[in-house]
Design a protein around this ligand. Structure first.
Ligand code: AMP
Length: 288
């Protein structure tokens, strides 16, 4: 493992110059956009990028426009030194950590709005969230101009939104989606897990238990969604401290609700444990 420290850059002109130099050297450029407070999930994106790209950029930017006023923007964990140490261990070449003023110019007035896949689930519960995500990802893609950009399945709907945007706006980039990294007990790694007490963390495991049950039902050949939904709701109800926001069993491409498991499906869950909002999902292959 390369443990040389990555170069840290805060402004777009320096970033562009460094990426241009790497490109002149014939290197493939990879980008993993993050909000920092990095963990092994983020590291897996860097590892995937290192396997395919000669020059790996990781952006760290807690994007204010994807948080609603009531959400946790102010208290979101910011751990730049530890993040850079992790990125050094995983061989990232450049860390782009712009200040908010560099990302949002005075008088900025342009946003990117994706409809369809951005509308249900997170789109309903977090109005404006995907506008913030799509806008910042579009900016990062323009700033870095990577050949390949890496995202985690953990934020499944976000991967659909980014793919839709990149296709619709002709970004010359390949989008890769990396599997969700979990702790040994099954909890999906998330920067927000840092907010959980030990008790809440234990309670949160019910989310993964429900997803695992969905996978078992699919493997056993279940074809109707309604009994599956009831079984998952029963499982989730075993942990009354976990307040379910939604349980979706939907078409994996369109996110339209399914009646039968007759095509690739996603099971997506959002729930609050104490004051911490968690999301997780699993993909169910087409039966047969
Ligand atoms: P975030 O810093 O939460 O905005 O996440 C940055 C990227 O890392 C997104 O593409 C996430 O989907 C991805 N990511 C976050 N957690 C995980 C995880 N547990 N496994 C894989 N990817 C993840």
């Amino acid at each position: 493992m390369n443990s040389e420290s990555p170069t840290i850059m805060h402004d777009v002109a320096a970033l562009r110059a460094a990426v241009a130099a790497a490109r002149r050297d014939g290197l493939t450029i990879g980008l993993a956009p993050t909000m920092g407070a990095l963990h092994a999930g983020h590291a897996s994106l860097v590892d995937a990028a290192r396997r395919e790209c000669g020059f790996v950029v990781v952006s760290i930017f807690v994007n204010p426009t994807q948080f609603a006023p009531s959400e946790d923007f102010q208290k979101y964990p910011r751990t730049l030194d530890a993040d850079v140490a992790l990125l050094a261990r995983h061989g990232a070449h450049l860390v782009f950590a712009p200040p908010a003023e560099a990302m949002y110019l005075p008088g900025h007035a342009t946003t990117v709005e994706v409809s369809s896949v951005a509308e249900p689930l997170e789109g309903e519960r977090r109005p404006g969230h995907f506008r913030g995500v799509a806008t910042v990802v579009a900016k990062l893609l323009n700033q870095v101009q990577p050949d390949i950009a890496y995202f985690g399945q953990k934020d499944y709907q976000q991967t659909l939104v980014v793919r839709r945007m990149a296709a619709d706006l002709d970004f010359p980039v390949a989008i890769r989606v990396c599997p969700t990294v979990r702790d040994a007990d099954g909890l999906a790694l998330s920067s927000r897990n840092a907010y959980l007490s030990a008790e809440e963390r234990r309670q949160a495991l019910v989310i993964n238990r429900a997803l695992t049950k969905a996978e078992q039902w699919a493997r056993a050949g279940a074809s109707d969604v309604e009994p599956l939904r009831r079984a998952l709701l029963d499982e989730l109800a075993t942990e009354p401290a976990v307040a379910l926001e939604y349980l979706a069993i939907a078409d994996a491409q369109t996110l339209a609700p399914l009646v039968h498991l007759d095509r690739p499906a996603v099971v997506a869950i959002a729930a609050k444990v104490g004051s911490t909002r968690l999301i997780d999902n699993t993909l169910l292959p087409e039966p047969g």
